[in-house]
Design a binder for this molecule. Structure first.
Ligand code: ADP
Ligand code: MG
Length: 616
């Protein structure tokens, strides 16, 4: 029989290798940024178009390549970074496999320009699907620029597998953050579709973190420092009271390389034991310098996982160092975490003169006109001050009263003229509800008993009101006498810009939304100015962490997030009128039985079930 084994042609081998190295645009970003760092650049710029699907360009002022090296750099296993197998155990550069450029060139249109210091001219190479189209001399600045266009143009399966621009951009930004945090001494800039998202001057680690995550991060950071023979640890952990529900800002850098390690993560988390609220995640930016000989970074093609020689010792040192810092900087005791965050004043507000109450009146108000113009579109925001509950029901009272047909699912006990032991006049409420553990509202219904979760029910009510404002009619905004200035990171402001249209519809009036500044001169009715910062922060967080591929619209996401922020929590005592109103409003909703996140808002227990319980 004839021999059947053949060597794959290079371009096929490269395409296969590309599958490992390049999963998505963000992988290209990582490889190109790392090459620029290995070339000892002090300034690196990243330009992205259409979330990297049409263009990813990285330009550096590093040492550049000779024309021959530039041509060779696209060959598989072509690297200037290691020469022998021994070098594998002493790696000081990001790259060493010599695979990235070959892989990228196999699945995209690539243009590389490079010039070394002291040379008169540089070189320009065009390459498509591993095929060199041209190489010419070119007049260039010192350094290298690699433009990757039309990624996956010849791998439709991969191209179709890409997620929405939002999701892909999120991945790119994550990579950018990781590289920029690992190298605070290098200046980085990033542009997307012509907008500057980041400009990070060379700085120390703290400034780099603050430049990326926004000025309000500064006061959240607690320094960590420890030096042993085995490892040097430095960086910051976030104060426990700022811990977020989502696992976002968690970074380990080993020898200036971002790595993922659930083992080390566990070590840091154990140092936070007893300091975090349930479900909250500590944030950390921790840098570990170890002897390169004691780690193996060769185990993963994209090199985010590494093996340590002595993991156990590292675990213990890291835990102790973190614990020590939290103790030394006398992080507030646990009890303090329960304090009402609503009492905190946002920074921009701290030195402001007290607001003169702004009397809002409607010139066109006609008491004989139907109520709907005032209330229908307004989202129902709860006022935070104890006892001021009007905000809770704005926009709902008319709904509840005008559409009794919507009560159809549940018939209330009071519908029946059952003789009562109590004088009806005493209880203004027609529903006879009571609150259990300041958490549930219990209500007798014809067929038995109804138990409503007050938080989820209110979320449902707010959610439908907000969605209505966004999609049908605009919500009502309350004018602020002094514009409210808030600081966010540039990325956060960019996210808000994307949501601006919808946010205006629920009543957020932005007078400025630029760079890292947000200025509002109107907020939704019932939303306290002191709450705005927290509410917007949560919203940004939710947008950033939206489930990839989620088919939900932006309006849905906004309505969910705001409803979640603003709904009454468990633990809040409600008067019987408030309880009644909540029940009415809930059953006036289109989908009263589930919360916006699809959890039951109430349960019922039938008289039969009750009977059964008593027959035992
Ligand atoms: P690796 O980084 O693993 O060596 P790459 O395929 O990423 O492999 O790059 C191949 C080679 O091309 C590098 O070893 C380096 O010599 C050269 N190179 C790539 N990018 C740059 C750059 N931005 N500046 C200078 N040289 C570069
Ligand atoms: Mg490389």
């Amino acid at each position: 029989m004839a021999d059947i084994i053949q060597l794959l042609p290079d371009h096929v081998a490269n395409q296969i290798a590309a599958g490992e190295v390049v999963q998505r645009p963000a992988s290209v970003v990582k490889e190109l940024l790392e090459n620029a760092i290995d070339a000892e650049a002090s300034e690196i710029s990243l330009i992205i178009k259409a979330a990297g699907k049409t263009l990813i360009q990285v330009t550096d002022n590093g040492k550049g390549m000779s024309p021959t090296d530039a041509r060779l750099s696209f060959e598989r296993h072509a690297t200037s970074k290691i020469r022998t197998a021994d070098d594998l155990f002493n790696i000081h550069t990001k790259g060493f496999r010599g695979e990235a450029l070959a892989s990228i060139a196999a699945i995209a249109h690539v243009e590389l320009r490079s010039k070394q210091e002291g040379e008169d001219v540089g070189t320009e190479i065009k390459i498509e699907g591993s095929e060199v189209l041209s190489q010419e001399a070119a007049v260039l600045q010192k350094g290298t620029s690699v433009a990757v266009k039309n990624l996956f143009y010849n791998v439709p399966a991969r191209r179709n597998f890409l997620k929405s621009d939002n999701v892909e951009l999120r991945h790119i930004i994550d990579e950018f953050h990781r590289v920029a945090l690992a190298h605070p001494g290098i200046m980085f800039s990033m542009f997307h579709n012509g907008n500057e998202l980041f400009k990070l001057h060379d700085s120390n680690i703290r400034q780099r973190i603050v430049n990326i995550f926004g000025p309000k991060t500064n006061e959240k950071l607690v320094p960590v420092e420890e030096e042993t023979e085995f490892v040097k640890i430095y960086g910051f952990v976030g104060k426990p009271e700022f811990a977020k529900k989502t696992r976002g800002e968690q970074f380990f850098f080993v020898n200036n390389r971002f790595i993922k390690s659930s083992y080390l993560n566990h070590s840091v988390n154990s140092a936070f034991e007893g300091l975090l609220r349930d479900g909250a995640h500590a944030s950390y930016f921790l840098y570990l310098d170890v002897d390169p000989k004691t780690i193996d970074i060769n185990i993963h093609p994209t090199k985010t996982e590494i093996k340590f020689e002595d993991e156990h010792t590292l675990y213990a040192i890291l835990r102790a160092a973190t614990r020590h810092s939290l103790g030394q900087f006398s992080i507030a005791p646990v009890l303090d975490f329960e304090r009402d965050a609503n009492l905190d004043t946002p920074y921009a507000y701290k030195n402001k003169p007290a607001d003169v109450p702004n009397v809002d009146y409607n010139e066109g108000f006609n008491p004989f006109q139907e109520e709907r113009t005032r209330v229908k579109g307004a989202p129902a925001f709860r006022k935070e001050k104890a006892g001021s509950w009007e905000g809770l029901y704005v926009g709902l009272e008319s709904k509840g009263n005008n559409s009794p047909s919507e009560f159809s699912q549940v018939q209330f006990e009071s519908d029946d003229e059952v003789p009562s032991f109590f004088d009806e006049k005493d209880t203004k409420s027609a529903l006879r509800t009571f609150q259990l553990n300041n958490k549930y509202i219990v209500n007798g219904i014809k067929a038995g008993m109804l138990v409503i979760d007050q938080n989820r029910a209110h979320q449902r009510i707010l959610y439908e009101g907000l969605l209505q404002s966004i999609t049908i009619e605009e919500g009502v905004s309350q004018q602020l006498l002094f514009p409210l200035k808030l600081k966010f990171s540039t990325l956060e402001v960019a996210i808000l810009q994307g949501l601006k249209g919808h946010l205006q519809k629920v009543g957020f009036m932005f007078s400025n939304l630029d760079h890292d500044e947000v200025e509002l001169n109107g907020v939704p009715v019932g939303l306290e100015a002191t709450q705005v910062s927290v509410v917007l922060e949560k919203l940004i967080n939710d947008v950033e962490n939206q489930v990839p591929d989620s088919h939900f619209s932006q309006s849905d996401l906004i309505a969910k997030s705001l409803a979640n922020s603003l709904a009454i929590r468990a633990g809040v005592k409600l008067s019987s009128e408030e309880q009644e109103h909540l029940v009415n409003s809930l059953f006036a909703c289109k989908e009263p039985s589930i919360s916006p996140s699809n959890k039951p808002t109430f349960i019922t227990m039938s008289s039969d079930d009750l009977d059964k319980k008593f027959t035992i």
